[in-house]
Structures are given as C-alpha cells and as structure tokens.
Design a protein around this ligand. Structure first.
Ligand code: SF4
Length: 345
C-alpha cells in the first residue's frame, strides 16, 4: 500500500478536517469533495478551481488511488464485466447490470476473501487486502465513465465480505449516499454478508437504509458448516437473531440469498426449513442457481427444479425471486474472471 492516504476515501466531515489542517477555508473542502465525487476526477491537476499551490500540497500529502479498467467483457444482454487494476497492481472484478429501472453495479469490497465459502472462487487464494472506501466508490465511477450514464443502484456482492472490512465499508456507504457527492439513495444499495453476527448488529446501529442480504445457503448449522466455514463461528440462531435486530432497528426487510446446489441444499427438508426461516424474519428469498467453478465440484440445481422450489416457497406465502442469469455468455460466476485474468498475465 502507498504511504499516502486515499483522499477519495474521506467522508465529507473527514475531508473538512484534513483541509482545515492545511490552513484552508472550509469551502475548499466542498470544492475538493465535488471534484472527487460529483465530477469524479482522478488527478489533482484536474481540480482547476484550486490554486496550483493547493493542488501541489494535496498531491504531496494524499493520493487518489487508481482504479483502472484493464479488461471489459460485454454481454449481449448489456451486462459488462470489468477487471479493475488497483494502484498496487492487484486486480478486482466489477459488474454492470442493466435493468428496466436503471443501471446497477456490483462492486468488490476486498481483494480476495478469507471467508472460505466452498462454492466461491473469490476465496480460493484467501484475502489479499481490504479495499479503501475510495476504491469501492471508484469502481462505480469507472463504470459510469465507460457507459456515459449514471449508476443509481449498487450491490456489494463481488469479491470480499463487506462486514469484514467494516470501517471502510461504512465510510463507502456514507460517501456515496452523500447528497453533496454521488448521491445514490441508500435504499438502492444492497450489501451481502455471510453472517458476521456482531457486525450485523453494528451495521444496524448505523441505521442506514440499505438492504442487508444474508448469504444463507443452508438451513441447518450442520449443513452450513460443510459449505461455509463461518458457520463454525456463528450459529444460525445467532445470525437469525442479528438479522431480526437489523430489521427491527432499520425497518429494512432482510433478503435471504440461497444458492441452489444440486443434491446439497435443494431437498424437500431444506426448502421446508428455508420457508420457516424466511417466515420468521419476514424476509424475501432470492434463489440463485450457482455457476459451477473449476476449483470446486458443485453443480447447479436445474432451472426447472429451481422453479418448482420457488413455487413451493410461494405456497408458504414467501416472497421469492430466482436471480436472473445475466452475462452468462461472457464469463461465469463472481471471482472467476479475476482468477482467469491473473493466470493469463
Ligand atoms: S461468497 Fe462472499 S463471503 Fe463467501 S467466500 Fe465468496 S466473497 Fe467471501
């Protein structure tokens, strides 16, 4: 990591403090924040309403960490998958999804991940490092620059466990929802967690209006432990109770993410228990037919079976969707594109 901090990571209040520490008037902080998060520049020299002296001073104290698209795959359905190179040479994945309601970007929150979920390519080499708040925001800005359109929805479901990078993640939420900056509505942001109980509670206490998606994937501790090592640390009962706290505190309904793995978690009993958990939380269920990954042996539940399972849940009055497969023609699941890119270098 660079010695100099990433100025793009500073929330408005923090930026004001730092600008004041340089003996500058407070309106300078507004100008710098505007350059970084409205005009979205990535070079101090582009901040043309600042004096050359101040630009040089900022450049000597801080950096704007680079997030540069080095590879882009475009799907016939409008999906774009990006490999972004960071200032230290690490690479991450970012995905643009186009919906009727607008553009949505799925960002990474860490380089790699240490959570070890058995069906996930992002964790195969463990955690390399956390992303800064600015590096999370810059993924969105890079996509906007590429398509020449605004991004109004964000999902934090790429590589990494956002709650394992809690301070940077929460700074990121404050940054991109700031009305003086990118101004993305909190209700248009979804973050997923594999179930870090104390952090779910901490996040609830922030009272952001973001949607929390719990990566559930199995309905008993026993089964969850076979696919998600985090289950050895936190029991489902504790996770469900933390999710209930999140709902009660924020008023935001939880989403349960459930990857369908053939013969592993898609049986009658699994679905009965899933219905029970969803009902107890008043949660929405998102069924995800997994993409097989080379490094693991899991197979996806067929589309037909997924529809049958959806119907079963609906009969129990559960609100369910099957995640639409987007960008299937350009690459498979999260984390794989990055691994392929690294291997090809
Ligand atoms: S699914 Fe998410 S939490 Fe689990 S290993 Fe992959 S990136 Fe990490």
């Amino acid at each position: 990591m660079s010695e100099r901090e990433d100025i793009r990571s500073f929330t408005y209040d923090k930026l004001r403090e730092r600008i004041a520490a340089l003996s500058q008037k407070s309106f300078r902080a507004d100008q710098v924040f505007d350059w970084l998060h409205v005009k979205k520049v990535d070079d101090f020299d582009q901040m043309t309403n600042l004096s050359k002296e101040l630009r040089d001073k900022l450049a000597s104290e801080y950096e704007i960490y680079e997030v540069k698209a080095v590879s882009t795959l475009k799907s016939s359905d409008g999906t774009r998958k990006y490999i972004h190179r960071l200032h230290d040479g690490n690479v991450i994945e970012t995905v643009l999804l186009r919906y009727e309601y607008g553009n949505s970007v799925c960002i990474s929150s860490q380089v790699g991940c240490r959570m070890g979920c058995r069906f996930c390519a992002s964790t195969v080499d463990g955690l390399v490092r956390d992303l800064t708040a600015g590096e999370m925001a810059a993924q969105i800005y890079s996509v906007e620059a590429d398509i020449g359109e605004r991004v109004g929805h964000v999902v934090v479901m790429g590589s990494g466990e956002p709650l394992d990078n809690f301070d940077n993640f929460t700074d990121f939420i404050e940054l991109i929802t700031d009305k003086r900056g990118a101004c993305i509505g909190a209700r248009n942001i979804t973050a997923s967690t594999c179930g870090l109980v104390p952090k779910i509670r901490d996040l609830a206490d922030r009272r952001y209006q973001i949607t929390l998606a719990l990566s559930l994937h199995a309905t008993t501790d026993e089964k969850r432990k076979t696919i998600m090592p985090v289950a050895n640390k936190y029991a489902l009962s504790e996770i469900i109770s933390a999710c209930r706290y999140y709902f009660d505190t924020t008023g935001r309904r939880i989403t349960l993410e459930y990857s369908l793995i053939s013969g592993v978690n898609d049986g009658e009993e699994d679905i009965r228990l899933l219905a029970g958990i969803a009902k107890s939380l008043g949660a929405h269920v998102n069924l995800i037919p997994i993409n097989p990954i080379e490094e693991r042996q899991y197979r996806a539940t067929s589309r037909n079976d997924a529809v049958l399972l959806k119907n079963k849940l609906e009969k129990n009055d559960i609100n369910v969707t099957i995640r639409r497969e987007m960008g299937r023609d350009i690459q498979a699941s999260c984390g794989q594109l990055r691994r392929k890119y690294i291997k090809s270098q």
